[in-house]
Design a protein around this ligand. Structure first.
Ligand code: GRF
Length: 222
């Protein structure tokens, strides 16, 4: 059973997917603590309902990012997390945070911080990415679970799921279609980590026993 810390700034539907997967035994782990930088974030309520500890460390007006990240580490360490999951965490993390959760002997070279991003990286990193995919005219989008490094959504990719961009989609429709896949993909990736099936070779994440992907789909408009 791994001990999981979740950092969330908002609604926390991905947090909920992780909580539900732990409760259902689909993740061999437990969410020990949820920390938000936004007081009153819905994610905190979800934590309380699930019996996880909740912590708030407001970031508004904080300009020293490294100092903030050191306080974050201080708040998390007492909960002894094996893995930190970002779930709608709207701040870039500095080395002050990432170095505290770098690779450990038990993680086979893998860092101990994961994120979920609502696009197929390396396309569309950053914010407002469903809008960006629509404006670009992409025919497919999706979501990516990746380990976190210092860049914006640049860390090693663990898993991806693809959704079509359909004629007539607006940002909300595309975001909802992607979010459905996020809720499936994130618990799966965390379970792989919990099972010790992930290792890192260069920037390639190897998933032990992965069955590979099915044949590519035709374009959904065909
Ligand atoms: C998700 O789309 C996630 O990929 C992105 O932020 C959103 C958070 O949604 N990083 P929620 O708070 O989990 O509902």
């Amino acid at each position: 059973m791994i001990r999981i810390a979740v950092l969330a700034s908002g609604g926390g539907t991905n947090l909920q997917a992780l909580l539900d997967a732990c409760a259902a035994g689909r993740i061999d782990g437990r969410v020990e603590v949820v920390l938000s930088n936004v007081p009153g974030a819905m994610a905190l309520e979800r934590a309380r309902k699930a019996g996880a500890a909740s912590e708030v460390l407001p970031s508004r007006g904080v300009s020293d990012r490294a100092a903030y990240d050191r306080s974050l580490v201080e708040r998390l360490l007492p909960h002894r997390p094996d893995l930190v999951c970002l779930a709608g965490w709207m701040r870039l993390l500095t080395p002050a945070f990432l170095s505290a959760f770098g690779p450990a002997p038990a993680t086979r070279g893998c860092p101990r911080v994961m994120n979920i991003h609502p696009a197929l990286l390396p396309a569309f990193p950053g914010l407002h990415v469903q809008r960006a995919a629509l404006d670009y005219g992409a025919r497919f989008s999706g979501c990516t679970v990746h380990f976190v490094d210092e860049g914006t959504d640049t860390g090693p990719i663990i898993a991806q799921a693809v959704v079509p961009v359909l004629a007539g989609d607006d940002e909300a429709a595309l975001a909802a279609r992607i979010l459905q896949q996020e809720h499936r993909l994130y618990p799966q990736a965390v379970q792989w980590f919990a099972q010790g099936r992930l290792s890192l070779e260069g920037r390639i994440v190897v998933v032990e026993g992965a069955r590979g992907v099915p044949a590519p789909q035709l374009h959904p408009w065909d």
